[in-house]
Design a protein around this ligand. Structure first.
Ligand SMILES: Nc1ncnc2c1ncn2[C@@H]1O[C@H](COP(=O)(O)OP(=O)(O)O)[C@@H](O)[C@H]1O
Ligand SMILES: [Mg+2]
Length: 357
C-alpha cells in the first residue's frame, strides 16, 4: 500500500509556539509509520516556513520553503526539489494556526486538512464570538462583558457591579492562559486589562465560576462522539489554571480520567460538548472545556480545535481511556479528514451563466 504523505505543520507565529513543537514531536513519534510518512514543516515565530528533518525546536536549521500556488498541483519546494504531500496536519496552537488562517491557505489550494476548517476555527478562536453563538444555541456560558481597545473603559466598580468579584479578564483570541488574569481586587484591575490588550484588540471580562474544571474530547463527524469527561485538579498553589500550571510545573495538576461525576452529569457534559462542537462548526476533533460550579451548574468555557498532544495532554488521554491508542487516534483523525475532503470535492465550484466578464 502506498503510504500517505502527511505534512505536519508545527511551531507557528504564536505565543503557543513551544507547546506546538512538543505536540508535533509526539505525533511524529506515534504516527503509524506503516501507513504514513511525515513531512515535518516548522514555522518560525516570525512565520517563515522550513522543511526540517524531524520535529525540532531548531526550525531554522531546516531548509526554507516556498509554495507553488496551483490548486491542481500544489507543492512546496525547498529550492532544489518539489515536496508533495497528500494531506496537511496543522499541529499549531493559537494565532494563525488555530484561527482559520492556515486552514484558509490550504483550502484555497484544495489540500485536505486534518481538523476544523476556516469557519469553525475562526469562530472557536474568538472567545467573544464563540460564547455569543453558544449562548444563542441555548448552551450555558458564564456572563461576560466584551471590550474593544477603542471602547470607553469601564471602571473596576462598574465591572464588579455587573459580574461580581472576583472576575476574569481574558484576551479574546488566545490560548494557554496567556493574557488571562483573575482580578481579585481593584488593585489588580488596570494591570489585567493592560495584559489582555497586549495580545489582542479585544478582551472580555467574565464572571468567575468557582468549581471544577472538566474537559471532554470529541472525535468524528456525522455524528461527533464524546469521550467520558476528564477533570483537571489544580494545586491550591495556583489561583487558576495558568500557563505555568499547564506546561511548566509538572506537579501543578493532577488529572482524573474519567472524572468522578454522577452518571447524569457525565451524560449532560457529553451532550453539551457535542452541541458546542456542532454549534461552532468544528470538524474531525476538538476538546471542549467546561466548569462544574460549586452550585452544581455546568458552563461551557471554550472549545479548542487543535488541542494539545503533549505527554500531559488531556485529549489523547481521554481517548486512551476509551481504548483508542495515541497511534490509532492519529490514524482516525487523518481518515476523518480524508473522508470529508472526498465529500467536499463533490460540491460544484462552477456555475454556467451568461455573465459577461
Ligand atoms: N469564568 C471563569 N471562572 C473561573 N476560572 C476561569 C474562568 N475563565 C477562565 N478561568 C481559568 O482560566 C483558565 C484559562 O482560561 P480559558 O478561558 O480556558 O483560556 P485559554 O484559552 O487561555 O485556555 C481556565 O482553565 C480556568 O482555570
Ligand atoms: Mg482553556
Amino acid at each position: 500500500m502506498k503510504k500517505t504523505k502527511v505534512a505536519l505543520l508545527y511551531g507557528g507565529r504564536s505565543v503557543e509556539h513551544g507547546v506546538s513543537v512538543n505536540s508535533a514531536r509526539n505525533i511524529a513519534e506515534f504516527i503509524d509509520k506503516s501507513r504514513f510518512v511525515i513531512i515535518p514543516i516548522g514555522i518560525t515565530q516570525q512565520g517563515v516556513w522550513y522543511l526540517t528533518e524531524t520535529v525540532t525546536r531548531n526550525i531554522r536549521g531546516g531548509k526554507r520553503l516556498q509554495a507553488n500556488l496551483d490548486p491542481q498541483h500544489p507543492w512546496l519546494t525547498d529550492g532544489s526539489r518539489r515536496i508533495k504531500f497528500d494531506i496537511a496536519f496543522p499541529v499549531l496552537h493559537g494565532t494563525d494556526g488555530e484561527d482559520g488562517s492556515i486552514q484558509g491557505f490550504f483550502k484555497s489550494l484544495s489540500v485536505p486538512l486534518v481538523g476544523t476548517g476556516v469557519l469553525g476555527s475562526a469562530l472557536s478562536m474568538n472567545k467573544i464570538v464563540a460564547k455569543r453563538l453558544l449562548r444563542e444555541s441555548g448552551l450555558p456560558v458564564a456572563d461576560f462583558v466584551p471590550l474593544h481597545f477603542h471602547d470607553a473603559r469601564p471602571s473596576y466598580d462598574e465591572v464588579k457591579a455587573k459580574l461580581g468579584s472576583p472576575f476574569m479578564v481574558k484576551s479574546a483570541s488566545l490560548g494557554s492562559s496567556v493574557g488571562v488574569t483573575k482580578v481579585n481586587s481593584k488593585g489588580d484591575f488596570s494591570k489585567a486589562v493592560k495584559e489582555a490588550f497586549r495580545y489582542d484588540h479585544e478582551l472580555l471580562f467574565e464572571r468567575y465560576v468557582k468549581g471544577r474544571e472538566i474537559e471532554c474530547a470529541i472525535l468524528g463527524n456525522d455524528p461527533p462522539k464524546a469521550s467520558l469527561p476528564g477533570e483537571i485538579i489544580i494545586s491550591k498553589k495556583y489561583d487558576f489554571y495558568t500557563f505555568d500550571a499547564k506546561y511548566v510545573d509538572s506537579k501543578a495538576v493532577s488529572i482524573e480520567v474519567p472524572a468522578k461525576l454522577s452518571a447524569a452529569h457525565m451524560e449532560r457534559i457529553r451532550e453539551l460538548s457535542v452541541r458546542a462542537f456542532t454549534t461552532l462548526k468544528c470538524e474531525d476533533y476538538a476538546r471542549v472545556d467546561l466548569f462544574l460550579s460549586d452550585e452544581d451548574e455546568l458552563y461551557v468555557n471554550e472549545i479548542n480545535t487543535i488541542p494539545g498532544f503533549t505527554n500531559s495532554s488531556m485529549y489523547p488521554m481521554m481517548w486512551k481511556e476509551r481504548g483508542i491508542s495515541f497511534t490509532e487516534l492519529i490514524t482516525r483523525l487523518i481518515e476523518l479528514s480524508a473522508k470529508r475532503h472526498e465529500a467536499s470535492a463533490r460540491i460544484e465550484r462552477e456555475f454556467n451563466s451568461s455573465l459577461n466578464y
